[in-house]
Design a protein around this ligand. Structure first.
Ligand code: ACO
Length: 423
């Protein structure tokens, strides 16, 4: 069987044959056929907008790999900082490289005092921490003269380091402000996840972090570090293609993540479970979802996974590790019942709707004491590594230009302006 595809324009009989490589053929074939012909592909369902070597995802088989390494092995054996290095550099670090990278990140965790004192003080007292984080990421770029020097590798590396290192500080700052607590400065003696937990919760001097919670936080960071061309990463690439600075790009990516169909889903899951209230109400809720009155079963379904999301399996296990320390989240029983009911219901089975990464992550975050408003913020911290890996890849990709899709115009034909008094 030839690895080619032939497209025939039945209007003219013209045909173009192009190679299929790894299941992909170039859209330039359509351009060659007729430059005024476009492919209608809302939400880019069938479009590969870039070539990427960062993350491999097979949604049918439930496989996720960062730079070739299975997510299960990374979650079991690696740390978030090592994974961030891997995503950004393509290879696992040597011990010396990891030491330097960890030291560099650790020494960039502080933010400018004006960020904390002036910028954040402008928000309303009950501002959503994710709204604050989105703006804080963009604002951070204004503190660095070299933020826009994206063609200079040294400058790019510095901005990457700053963003990775300062995200937990910005996240914790947003939270502490939203609940009226004083800011806690980074403690550079702590690991990346412990430092974040400390900035979130420390009140007095005797605050101790349970190593099981520190590890759980790190595992959650690893699982959320990248997920190829999702909505947020696509936003990062689209804005990056205009050669905007990485802070502005990351703010755009975080804005996409804020949406309830994307990173906001775990927040929606906890709200949904709270509303269901009891395992007895699960059958009625499932019926209402199927009937279209109950909204969607949040935390279920995925654009790419038509099988178990491998991250959901790891997260479910991590949930039990966390509950050992915190006690069981009372919503867990409702979640387990919902999962069981959905996995045995033809509506969900036929549509290949399985739990996604968000189904259990919210329960862990809630058990750890994070308010639901913080869930997407927790997602944004590690996803910054993925966003930046894609941004870097985009800048080095000779095939890329400014993103500029075409449209299928469906509006009125030309008509004459009617003066206001004649309408
Ligand atoms: N509950 C009930 N029905 C669903 C769900 C769900 N969670 N997800 C999809 N469906 C149904 C749709 O109604 C549709 O049914 P139909 O064919 O009878 O019309 C069918 O399954 C296909 O759904 P689409 O919307 O076409 O699937 P799409 O790939 O566009 O959506 C999405 C993916 C947005 C994730 C969707 O499954 C959803 O809304 N899930 C709930 C929100 C969620 O958990 N989001 C987190 C995603 S993971 C992440 O971003 C980190």
């Amino acid at each position: 069987m030839p690895d080619t595809i032939t497209i025939i324009d039945d209007r003219t009989g013209k045909q173009v044959t192009v190679p299929i490589t790894d299941g992909v053929f170039p859209a330039s074939a359509v351009r060659e056929l007729d430059p005024s012909l476009f492919i209608y592909d809302p939400a880019y369902m069938q479009t590969a907008a870039c070539k990427s070597a960062v993350t491999y995802l097979d949604g049918e088989a439930g496989i996720l790999r960062y730079r070739g390494y299975p997510i299960e092995q990374l979650a079991e054996q690696s740390t978030y900082l090592e994974v961030a290095y891997l995503l950004l550099n393509g290879e696992l670090p040597t011990p010396a490289q990891l030491e330097t990278w960890t030291k560099d990140v650790t020494h960039h965790t502080f933010i400018h005092e004006n960020m904390r004192k002036r910028f954040v003080d402008g928000f309303h007292y009950d501002a959503h921490p994710m709204g604050m984080l989105v703006s804080a990421i963009a604002a951070l770029g204004t503190f660095y003269d070299d933020a826009k020097e994206i063609k200079d590798k040294d400058s790019r590396d510095k901005q990457i380091l700053r963003l990775i290192a300062k995200m937990p500080t910005l996240a914790a700052m947003s939270f502490r402000f939203s609940v009226g607590l004083p800011f806690v400065y980074p403690d550079n003696n702590l690991s990346f996840p412990a430092n974040f937990i400390n900035m979130m919760w420390r009140i007095g001097d005797d605050y101790e972090i349970d190593p099981r919670l520190e590890r759980a936080m790190d595992v959650l960071f690893i699982l959320h570090a990248d997920h190829e061309q999702n909505c947020g990463t696509t936003a990062m690439r689209v804005v990056g293609s205009a050669e905007s600075d990485p802070y502005t790009c990351a703010a755009a990516a975080a804005s996409a993540l804020y949406g309830p169909l994307h990173g906001g889903a775990n927040e929606a899951v906890v709200r949904m479970l709270t509303e269901i209230g009891s395992v007895d109400n699960v059958p009625a809720f499932i019926s209402s979802v199927k009937g279209g009155q109950g909204g969607r079963l949040m935390g279920f379904g995925h654009r790419v996974y038509k099988n178990y999301d491998p991250r959901a399996t790891i997260i479910k296990k991590t949930a039990y590790d966390v509950f050992e320390v915190t006690g069981k989240n009372p919503l867990l029983d409702i979640a387990l019942k919902l999962e069981e009911a959905a996995l045995n219901d033809p509506y969900f089975v036929d549509r290949k709707l399985y739990p996604n990464v968000d189904f259990y992550s919210g329960l862990i975050y809630q058990a750890m004491g994070f308010p639901v408003d913080m869930f997407t913020v927790l997602f944004a911290i590690p996803r910054t590594a993925g966003w930046l890996a894609h941004w870097q890849e985009l800048l080095g990709d000779k095939d890329q230009k400014i993103s500029r899709p075409r449209q299928w115009y469906a509006g009125p034909d030309e008509r004459d302006y009617v003066k206001i008094g004649d309408r």
